[in-house]
Design a protein around this ligand. Sequence first.
Ligand code: IPM
Ligand code: MN
Length: 380
Amino acid sequence: MLISEQGGYSREVLKYLDNGTGGRKIMSKSYKIAVIPGDGTGPEVIAEGVKVLNHVADKNGFSIKMDFMDFGGDRYLRTGDTITDNDIKELRNYDAIYLGAIGHPDVKPGILEKGILLRLRFELDQYINLRPVKLYPGVECPLKGKDPEHIDFVVVRENTEGLYSGAGGVLKKGTPDEIAVQESINTRKGVERCIRFAFEYCRKRNKRKKLTLCGKTNVLTFAFDLWERAFYEIAKEYPDIEADYAHVDAITMWFVKNPEWFDVIVTDNMFGDIITDLGAMIQGGMGIAAGGNINPEGVSMFEPIGGSAPKYTGKNMINPLASICAAGLMLEQVGQEKAGKAIEKAVMLVTEKHIKNLAAGKMGHSTTEIGDLVVKYIKE
Ligand code: IPM
Ligand code: MN
């Protein structure tokens, strides 16, 4: 009997049953990934990530079909396009997007960031920016007396609203009477879906089971009043999770003094942007910090959180580990958790046994050598 004759299932569910339960045909799973190497050192770090992805897919019995997209500064300078409506339409057909870096020295700051990175986050409704902050073994931490046991938390940053929404305007520009307004947009729906994701993530992570809302309820009495009410209402549905609150300024203090207090943190777009750069530093720097722009119901995008580092471009000096870790997060998101974890494990062996300093040019290895080392541990 054909599974479709069992009635009632959507095509997606049928596909799952057919592959997963030993139905009529067992096919190895295949994923379609759109790769955007982007600007500066983006292509170099993406090349290492692609190398690792191919090996880990082989080893775990699935395949990845990658299509490379040329979005970035060079294409913009050539054609005047950041990304087109058609590009966005096409990207919707992929299982995920793997992004290197956006930012070109010859393009005015803001054009590519807004036209590519932020546009993709908004149009694909990637409403979560998930940024793990984890100190791996062997990595030099700038905080005295802090080891991997002290630094292991995840920031869930709202990724489509707040000050990033572009609301506001300017009056009398260039005159002494100029007025500039930039508004933070917080919708109940947007805040709620982000907080819900954070509670679910915290439960699934199953570590300290503590979710901290990072806000500024003492000053931003409209926006964070909404966040705080939504947070404690939703918290009632998660009695197994400790619901905790801290002001953003205090959070920056505690990241330095007591990072071990944190498990999962949920916050708005701007605060999340700021605290995750600090988070990246305490986990060893931009060389290792990865993140995912996630739409749990749609197409997600994974990237190293550092920029395009123009001064290191083409020198085989940049650290590809952040980009490799982003590939691991991507595999976890598409449902290859074991393969994703295998990437993280291999990265941890490389930090433990081979590189102490994660900064570009200080690794004692080239970009490609680091990629090769990760592949070596994946194969073992
Ligand atoms: C990040 C970056 C972006 C942001 C910039 C490049 C627009 O800093 O991903 O954190 O502010 O979100
Ligand atoms: Mn940032």
